[in-house]
Design a protein around this ligand. Structure first.
Ligand code: FAD
Length: 556
């Protein structure tokens, strides 16, 4: 069997290596347009930031390694330019020589990845404006910074265009390099896949680390400055000046070859594949950023440009080619971004996705569990949003932000979501515990307990927008109000509540607030059992301070 694989990085290399392990006799040709196979895109921002100093560290496997360990016929600097599904051939152009060769295949795997979005804006090709997609891109950015300082020019300011995860990682790494960074984003918030409450937390954190944010403003064009830098003009008429501009405007599936070959393209613009990674031509497989996949939670077609799904799909394509019955389950978009010592992670459906598709059978809970036992040094709160089915408690998604333990909580919950778990399963999850790692009731357990309490009717939660104009009872201690208080709230500290019930109305809902929600829950249980109508303001003062800072006053 002869298998040609186009694209030699995440999906392509993983497919090639797996196929060799399953079939020692197959002829496997790995065709890659660029100079390298199997390199770590994900490390590029950290190489630019000097965290990964040597470029060679980005090469996960060299051509020589793939040849000697896996007996692969690796062809770099070689581009697939046309496919004939009828003749089962693919045309390969050797880029340095221009020579074109037709390779026959029994099975063809496409893993060409994505192309960076690059709108035809005035000045977009000016020197000093860089994408971040490949090792040569990273090298060019490093050289630009180095050559500027060698020529006595200051590379003091950078403008990052695009607030997705690559834009954020670049902002952090350029700050590490000592640059003054402005991040321009067309939408009102950074990180489009997450909901605005967590985006607010991320923005606050970026601001605290010196990144200037220009949100809700699209770039209109670029102009060369006399000092060699670039002015970035926005549609609102503002100008952000940079000695360096990074374009991180997102990606779209690279479907050039697939379209030429007449393969079916799906509604999101990716190559349409079945759960065995076969395209509309069963002998042609496609994997990675180029394909569209089923969203595991919503069941809808979607695009997920992430390394994990690309690698798993490459492996599944290899299994199917080798005669196994492997199937891709869909993707949940599980992601994490490290930012100045903190992390934002998410998996599954966001509230805004559910709203967009008209799914109203969900509820959400905010909580701030600690990353580990508070008596052990270094515990930090994790801001969590759990989204779950109101009708049956099924977990739909989670978002988490904090300085410790975010990755393992979201990874654990992601796994449970893939198993079809409910919030009741989270309550029962048995996780590692010693004080430096977690709590006897772990953040993951709390992420089930709070929603389960809501579904059991132990308390109901009200979201700030629906609570702010009603009666608000603040059950924090008086001294806590110095730093942040709501002027319209009545303060009765929790320990005094049982003795002061007669101060509360019996004819209206009491919206109970505390710092994070826990004391609010205790208070609501007291009030409900004394015949009052009470509900917890979800996320407490910690959340309100982020999403509606104008509502919060301070006496200090
Ligand atoms: P790629 O890995 O992009 O490989 C496609 C290859 O195909 C390319 O090398 C290209 O040259 C080659 N090719 C295309 N067309 C042809 C052709 N016609 N002929 C020959 N070769 C061709 N994901 C995460 O999950 N976590 C992260 O932290 C993360 N960080 C990232 C940071 C950056 C800067 C970038 C750019 C991406 C990051 N990603 C991350 C995304 C991840 O790298 C991709 O999702 C993954 O690499 C996709 O794998 P793929 O095989 O589909 O495409």
């Amino acid at each position: 069997m002869k298998v040609v694989i186009v694209g030699g990085v995440a999906g392509g290399a993983s497919c090639a290596a797996r196929l060799r392990r399953l079939d020692e006799s197959a002829e496997i040709i790995l065709v890659e347009r660029g100079p390298y196979v199997s390199y770590a895109n994900c490390g590029l921002p950290y190489h630019i930031g000097d965290v990964i100093e040597q470029e060679s560290k980005l090469l996960v496997a060299t051509e020589e390694y793939l040849r000697s360990y896996f007996n692969l016929d690796v062809r770099t600097h070689s581009e697939a330019i046309a496919i004939s599904p009828r003749e089962k051939t693919v045309q390969i152009r050797h880029i340095p020589s221009g020579r074109v060769e037709a390779l026959a295949y029994d099975r063809l795997v496409l893993s060409p990845g994505a192309v960076a979005v690059r709108p035809p804006l005035p000045g977009i090709d000016l020197p000093g404006i860089f994408p971040v997609r490949t090792v040569p891109d990273a090298r060019a950015i490093r050289e630009w910074i180095a050559s500027s300082s060698a020529a006595g020019r200051k590379t003091g300011r950078a403008v990052v265009v695009g607030g997705g995860f690559i834009g954020l990682e670049m902002a952090e790494n350029l700050v590490h390099r000592g640059l003054d960074v402005t991040l321009v984003e067309m939408l009102d918030h950074v990180l489009p896949p997450i909901d605005w409450e967590h985006a607010c937390a991320v923005e606050e954190h970026l601001g605290a680390h010196g990144v200037k944010l220009a949100l809700g403003d699209a770039v209109a064009g670029f102009e060369r400055r006399d000092d060699g830098g670039v002015d970035v003009h926005t549609q609102s008429g503002r100008t952000h000046s940079g000695d360096l501009v990074i374009l991180a405007l997102g990606v779209r599936p690279d479907t050039t070859l697939a379209r030429l070959a007449g393969l079916e393209i799906g509604e999101c613009g990716g190559i349409r594949v079945n759960d065995r990674m076969q395209t509309s031509e069963p002998d042609i497989f496609a994997v990675g950023d180029a394909v569209e996949v089923r969203d595991f939670v919503t069941g809808q077609w979607t695009l997920v440009a992430l390394a994990g799904p690309a690698n798993r799909q490459g492996r599944i394509a290899a299994d199917v080619i080798a005669g196994r019955d492997a199937r891709f389950r869909g993707s949940q978009g599980t992601s994490i971004v490290g930012l100045f010592g903190a992390a934002i992670a998410w998996t599954g459906a966001s509230e805004k996705t559910l709203q967009r598709i008209g799914d109203r059978d969900y509820e959400r809970a905010f909580l701030y569990p600690n990353s580990h036992a508070t008596y052990y040094p270094g515990a930090c709160p994790i801001m969590m949003k759990v989204i779950f089915r109101r009708s049956d408690g099924r977990l739909l998604g989670v978002q988490a932000f904090g300085e410790d333990g975010v990755d393992k909580r979201v990874s654990a919950i992601a796994t449970l979501i893939q198993m079809g778990a409910t919030v009741y399963d989270l309550e029962e999850s048995e996780l590692c515990y010693a004080p430096q790692f977690g709590s006897a009731k772990d953040a993951v357990n709390f992420a089930g307990m709070v929603p389960a309490n809501v579904l059991h009717g132990d308390f109901s939660a009200v979201h700030w927008n629906d609570a702010r104009d009603g009666f608000i009872l603040d059950v924090r201690e008086a001294h806590e109000l110095e730093a942040a208080y709501l002027p319209q709230a009545v303060n009765i500290p929790l320990p005094q509540l049982r003795a002061r019930l007669n101060e509360l109305p019996r004819d209206r809902d009491i919206n109970v607030i505390c710092r994070a929600g826990l004391r609010g829950y205790y208070a609501v249980r007291i009030l409900l059992q004394n015949g009052l109508r009470a509900r917890v303001v979800s996320g407490g003062m910690l959340l309100i301070a982020r999403i509606d800072p104008a509502a919060v006053r301070s006496r200090v």
